[in-house]
Design a protein around this ligand. Structure first.
Ligand code: SF4
Ligand code: SF4
Length: 419
């Protein structure tokens, strides 16, 4: 595993440009100011009192994908620099209704669920959000078959079951795993959580324990530069999982990335530093967890239909930093007749990038289109991924293409192939 956080010493950039060719934003704008190198240069030359709206705009043009950090020979952490810059722009961030509502929605899961329900009645959005709203664009894509919010979230369903349960009932086998659900699987697509639980039962013989006090991982708060909010969310999640020492499985790769980053997020908090280290030491990435368990007993997975072809999309948060690209592919290869296709030029960013998709929907669409064009050349019709954001981006993109492709969470796909 590569470092999570490199140096953010802007003066150390040697302007080599290694990062530029990898930056998906530069790939569509061609503007040097939008490159990682440009951002490093800007920070090195800007005094705090000269920060302007133009400066804020440049720092909003980053997907936080981590490609530049991974490639930089000096170990510079441009995404960290971007988050720092955004955290210094409170007035600019609040100046936009879109960004403000988006941020509030994404760090408050119940509001996210409520907004998604608004999305299922797209006509009402016109009354609530301005026409140029990226949030409106995004939620319009959540209609009909793309995303129909369930009547109740996953954790809410568990709470209702727990309230109705007769305490005298025999309890099931002891859990060997705890489960961090994530906002998408909790509020909008509980079938991801259900599928994950089915896989956990197949792998360990018992359902995973789901602490109901858990909350959003905090990635959106970080992306918005609200690092203090992210720290609060981190403390809540750490406390929620401290009643046992079980491994903590995350089905969303962005959540995994964020949960692992609690070590650095709380490194300066003497009361929480060690708790964060212990917590992160228990977190398990989805594909690595199931590869380890299912490799020992292939018979637990059904064979895929002969000739079934899929494409696995690497979420940037796994591809860079943690470099988890082999595990999901090996997991899928446990289904012997499944054909796994790759893009000719290798993996590509989908353009979702948390709030980037909301702040710059036009650029996000351009980044996404490059990916869709390459995917269109493959014979595979099914896209699999383990990131909530990527999954939504793919669902919206494939629907817009009017082709027959579909996107599915890796957990849902694998659970369908269980005995
Ligand atoms: S994190 Fe990604 S989008 Fe942001 S500057 Fe680096 S390469 Fe570009
Ligand atoms: S790769 Fe690193 S040193 Fe080279 S231009 Fe980019 S940020 Fe600067």
């Amino acid at each position: 595993m590569k470092k999570e956080s490199g140096r953010s010493d802007a003066t150390a950039c040697v302007k080599c440009g290694t990062c530029n060719t990898l930056c998906p934003v530069y790939g569509v704008t061609g503007n040097e100011a939008h490159t990682p190198r440009g951002k490093q240069h800007l920070v090195s030359r800007t005094e705090k009192h000269t920060i302007s709206a133009h400066y804020g705009d440049i720092f909003s043009r980053c997907l936080l994908c981590g490609a530049c950090r991974d490639a930089c020979p000096r170990g510079l952490d441009t995404p960290e620099l971007v988050v720092e810059a955004r955290s210094g722009l409170p007035k600019l961030a609040k100046g936009s209704l879109l960004k403000y509502v988006s941020r509030k929605a994404l760090v408050r899961p119940t509001l996210l669920a409520g907004l998604a329900r608004l999305g299922s009645a797209a006509a009402r959005l016109g009354e609530l959000l301005p026409a140029e709203s990226g949030l409106r664009l995004r939620l319009e894509g959540f209609t009909g078959e793309i995303l129909e919010p369930p009547p109740a979230g996953y954790a809410a369903g568990l709470r209702a079951k727990a309230a109705a349960r007769d305490d005298r009932q025999a309890s099931g086998p002891e859990p060997e795993t705890a489960y961090f659900i994530g906002c998408l699987a909790n509020h909008l697509q509980p079938e991801i959580a259900g599928a994950t639980q089915s896989l956990v039962v197949a792998a360990t013989g018992a359902e995973a324990e789901v602490p109901l006090e858990q909350t959003c991982c905090g990635m959106a708060a970080v992306a918005a530069g609200r690092v203090d909010e992210a720290r609060d969310l981190a403390r809540k999640n750490i406390a929620a999982f401290e009643n046992n020492g079980l491994p903590i499985l995350a089905s969303c790769s962005s959540c995994y990335y964020q949960l692992m980053s609690y070590r650095t997020l709380l490194a300066d908090d003497p009361d929480w530093r060690q708790r964060a280290v212990r917590f992160a030491g228990r977190v398990r990435e989805f594909s690595s967890f199931f590869l380890e368990r299912f490799s020992a007993d292939r018979g637990q997975l059904l064979q895929a239909a002969a000739g079934e072809r899929v494409f696995y999309h690497d979420p940037c948060h796994l591809r860079f930093t943690h470099r988890i690209t082999r595990e999901p592919r090996e997991l899928l290869r446990l289904l012997p007749s499944l054909e796994l296709e790759e893009l000719p030029a290798g993996p590509r960013c989908c353009g979702q990038g948390g709030l980037f998709q909301l702040a710059h929907p036009d650029l996000a669409l351009q980044v996404r289109q490059k990916l869709l064009d390459e995917f269109g050349e493959l014979a595979a019709q099914t896209v699999l991924t383990s990131c909530s954001g990527c999954l939504l981006q793919w669902k919206q993109g494939l629907a817009a293409c009017s082709g027959s492709g579909r996107a599915e969470h890796l957990a849902v796909f694998l659970a369908k192939h269980l005995h």
